[in-house]
Design a protein around this ligand. Structure first.
Ligand code: GLN
Ligand code: ZN
Length: 764
């Protein structure tokens, strides 16, 4: 019989119970006992869901109060010295508060310290805490949480499979804080602790342990490939069966390596890389189990069960009982339960499957392949087939006008009328800006009052006109503040925007919004990505009246503010029935119309934010160029409609520009504002080396910090910038939007920034 399982389940809870519980604990409103109780209740509920769905194993080890990578660091005793509570790190069990301090810098107990770095997990929007390695690093088994959870599940009578991030991927994700330190030199010590962990699990009666090694779908240096062999030859000796799990892509040149490691099973992603299934089947040793990740764990579309049955029939024949079925990856990346979406349009809802529904899909597919489908399974297949047929034919998805317009797009549509030097002259005349012009990235503080007004609208307590008037007041306030501060290019402040993607998605056709479709982003933070289900088009202007109003309040140029096509795509659940590129082009065309309308309304500068450009990079460097080509083309398609006199800005905020500097230049934005303040302007090296031709506003202060930046300090940073970029092409601005700050911080910080620009003008 085909075994049905999952790589992991979302832990936040259908109502984000985990968020509420951890935040209450952090605020000191509840105690540890209450928090642990919530954790236990959520785990049990999720195991029961897996059993009720008919999975053969429940997965233990996917729960974490903050982050599963952090939990492995704690398990291995890899706790940086600054978090050491007395001798906890040397000997005892590492406490939950220590883990929280690693994650957030503080916890109800213990001394605050600088939190560990956080970054995106592979190509997902989930952020993990980067394991930190120091010279003289040692490891020891420092937590019994995993074993407690196994005991918990067994006591409840569940058949347990444990999941744990594998040693190589943990090290791959780690950063050595001392340059000399070679991560792989620590492998033996790490593997020794993993050996202990596996032995303990075996003693607890665990039969299968899934070791997640998604690093195997990336380009691995030779030493790392060899390290896999070394590590797994040791771990393979522990008397527990190991399922080596990969996801997010194909194994590529690591396929032989992965297939031949001395473990009992392999899990592959057959959604992202369906083509690898045949190759794996041909090479898989006869004693191994193959877990096929057939249901999409990264997206929310209902599976075509009938089609999957056909596609997997030969795998079933060849593998017999050695076939396992699962979603492609942990369900951490999709919302919990579609059943909660009672207000979603029923037709659209019938096209979707969230985590809970995906459990059913896995089970039914296993039954189908075994030829033991129940009446319920047959109903499910029938319902899926019908829904998907309806989706293929739906007029809500296919808007012929969108496709026709896309077909008419030519290369000329992605070219501004004139090259940058010509545009720059026209813009200089029209905008009348001084040297070192000052500006901000777009948002001003999203105050409690603004958010309360939005809630009141939702609750029906505030009418649309009253809301509009409230937002206009906010805009007028922001404009007046900026004029008083002496900023050169103003923004309206984005008071009316709940979120930079949602705001636009709500004004476009082809987008839908769920009510409870939360996905964990990091720690207790969840996001609710919009769903792009159909052809995207713009029924009417989205931002024009706000920008126009803001411009009417001032003589100074007011920047229009848009979210770019790649970011709109990247931060949504995207339809899977056409290439992402096509969807992105549709969004680009909608934004193009907005650019044109803003311009017609008298807006002389328009910023098209693309903070997600870099995170869209594929996991394999060989695929980067193809992605960057269409991503850049989409940005240009939105922007190139602008006349020479209209200044196009863009903004990006992440710290590694080196890989994509050519693509950034290819955007051909007149001005780019970027995050650089934390790296002391070193980032500009990439721009200097590339001889970046257009204007740059390197962020002069870190908006994530409440500290007020000093004038001298910002002047010095800009002097460094001026060594790399000609001063006439430099702007002065913070490194990101100010929405998370309060006015009490924003005003003095910007006053100093404006003063710094004045000093610079006197000097240059
Ligand atoms: N314009 C946006 C803001 O200022 C940009 C946000 C971002 O970079 N993520 O908030
Ligand atoms: Zn930013």
């Amino acid at each position: 019989m085909t075994l049905a399982h999952i790589a992991g389940y979302p832990r936040i809870g259908a109502n984000r119970e985990l968020k509420a519980a951890t935040e209450a604990y952090w605020r000191g409103e509840t105690d540890l006992e209450a928090l642990e109780a919530t954790g236990r209740a959520l785990r049990e509920r999720h195991w029961v869901a897996q059993r009720e769905a008919g999975l053969d194993l429940v997965t233990v080890g996917d729960f974490a109060f903050y982050d599963q990578v952090l939990d492995v660091s704690v398990l291995l005793g890899a706790v940086p010295g600054r978090f050491a509570a007395d001798d906890e790190v040397a000997r005892g069990e590492v406490s939950l508060d220590t883990a929280f301090r690693m994650a957030r810098g503080r916890a109800p107990t213990g001394t605050p310290a600088a939190a560990c770095e956080m970054t995106k997990y592979f190509d997902t929007n989930y952020h993990y805490l980067v394991p930190e390695l120091h010279a003289g690093q040692t490891f020891r088994l420092a937590s019994s949480r995993l074993f407690d959870q196994v005991a918990e599940a067994r006591a409840a009578g569940h058949p347990v499979k444990v999941t744990l991030l594998g040693p190589l991927t943990w090290l791959w994700l780690a950063k050595a804080r001392d340059e000399e330190l070679d991560r792989l030199s620590l492998l033996e010590a790490v593997v020794a602790v993993y050996g202990e962990v596996l032995t303990r699990l075996a003693e607890q009666g665990v039969e299968w342990v899934q070791l997640d090694e998604p690093a195997l779908v990336q380009d691995l240096p030779r030493e790392w490939q060899q390290a896999y062999e070394a590590a797994y030859s040791v771990l393979g000796r522990v008397p527990v069966k190991l399922l080596l799990a990969t996801c997010f892509g194909g194994l590529g040149e690591n396929l032989n390596l992965a297939v031949n490691l001395p473990v009992e099973g392999l899990h592959i992603d057959a959604v992202r890389a369906p083509e690898q299934l045949e190759a794996v089947l041909d090479r898989l040793p006869g004693y191994k189990v193959l877990s096929v990740g057939a249901i999409d764990g990264r997206n929310i579309w209902r599976a075509d069960l009938a089609l999957l049955r056909e596609r997997l029939a030969s795998a079933r024949m060849r593998l017999g009982k050695r076939l396992w079925l699962a979603p492609s990856c942990s369900l951490l990346h999709v919302p919990v339960d579609l059943a909660a979406e009672t207000e979603l349009d029923p037709e659209l809802r019938s096209w979707l499957a969230f985590a809970r529904q995906k459990l059913d899909e896995v089970v039914t597919l296993a039954h189908l392949l075994d030829g033991r489908a129940t009446a319920q399974d047959r109903e499910r297949v029938e319902a899926a087939t019908q829904a998907l047929q309806a989706r293929r034919d739906s007029v809500r998805i296919h808007r012929p006008a969108v496709a026709e317009r896309l077909a008419r797009v030519s290369a000329a549509d992605t070219e501004r009328a004139s090259p940058y030097p010509v545009r720059a002259k026209a813009q200089r005349r029209g905008l009348g800006l001084p040297r070192f012009p000052t500006t901000t990235i777009g948002s001003f503080p999203q105050t409690a009052e603004i958010r309360a007004a939005r809630r009141a609208v939702k609750a029906g307590e505030l009418g649309p006109e009253a809301y509009e008037a409230r937002m206009r007041e906010e805009i007028a306030h922001a404009v007046a503040r900026q004029e008083a501060l002496g900023l050169d290019m103003l923004v309206h402040g984005e008071a009316e925007r709940n979120d930079m993607v949602e705001y636009f998605g709500e004004r476009l056709e082809g987008y839908a919004f769920t009510r409870y479709g939360w996905v964990q982003s990091y720690g207790s933070r969840c996001v609710k990505p919009p769903v792009i289900f159909g052809d995207v088009s713009r029924p009417g202007p989205m931002t024009v009246r706000w920008s126009e109003y803001a411009q009417s309040l001032t003589e100074r140029p007011m920047k229009g503010m848009l979210t770019g096509p790649v970011t709109m795509l990247q931060w949504s659940f995207v339809r899977d029935d056409q290439p992402r590129e096509t969807t992105c082009r549709q969004i680009a065309l909608a934004l193009r119309d907005e650019v044109r309308d803003l311009e017609a309304a008298g807006i002389r500068a328009i910023q098209i934010d693309e903070p997600a450009l870099r995170e869209g990079l594929p996991l394999r460097s060989g695929e980067w160029q193809a992605y960057l080509d269409w991503a850049v083309a989409c940005f240009r398609l939105s922007a190139a409609v602008a006349r020479d006199e209209t200044q196009i800005h863009t903004h990006m905020c992440y710290s590694e520009f080196n890989d994509i500097i050519a693509a950034i230049a290819a955007l051909d934005a007149d001005v780019i504002t970027i995050e650089t303040s934390r790296s002391d302007m070193e980032l500009l090296e990439a721009f200097q080396d590339f001889a970046y031709p257009n204007e740059i506003g390197p962020g002069v202060y870190d908006i994530h910090s409440p500290n007020i930046p000093e004038v001298d300090w910002m002047v010095q940073l800009m002097e460094k910038a001026a060594e790399r970029i000609p001063p006439e092409r430099l702007w002065v601005n913070p490194d990101c939007g100010l929405k998370t700050r309060g006015w009490a911080e924003v005003e003095p910080a910007l006053a100093n920034m404006v003063e710094a620009a004045r000093v610079l003008r006197r000097r240059h």
